[in-house]
Design a protein. Structure first.
Length: 81
């Protein structure tokens, strides 16, 4: 699933436009952003990925993610589990 500060309406449009097969959560008040420590000093989002196991434990963090090559790194990690 994905989460951002964008509105639910914006998420629905993005999901439809890109035919996404997963849930996008809206966090306009930034509560989850603060809990995960992904806000920069200006209040912007630090693009991050968290891999969370079935018990809710974070098993891997990627912070300051660059899109190019990221999905491959995540897949490589998941294949090692």
């Amino acid at each position: 699933m994905g989460i951002s500060k964008d509105s639910l309406k914006s998420h629905h449009s993005f999901i439809d436009k890109n035919n996404l097969p997963f849930v996008l959560l809206s966090d306009p008040d930034k509560k989850a952003h603060k809990l995960y420590g992904v806000l920069n000093e200006k209040g912007g989002t630090i693009r991050s990925t968290f891999i969370i196991d079935e018990s809710g434990k974070i098993v891997k963090e990627y912070r300051g993610v660059q899109v190019k090559g990221h999905i491959e790194a995540v897949i490589d990690f998941l294949e090692q589990l």
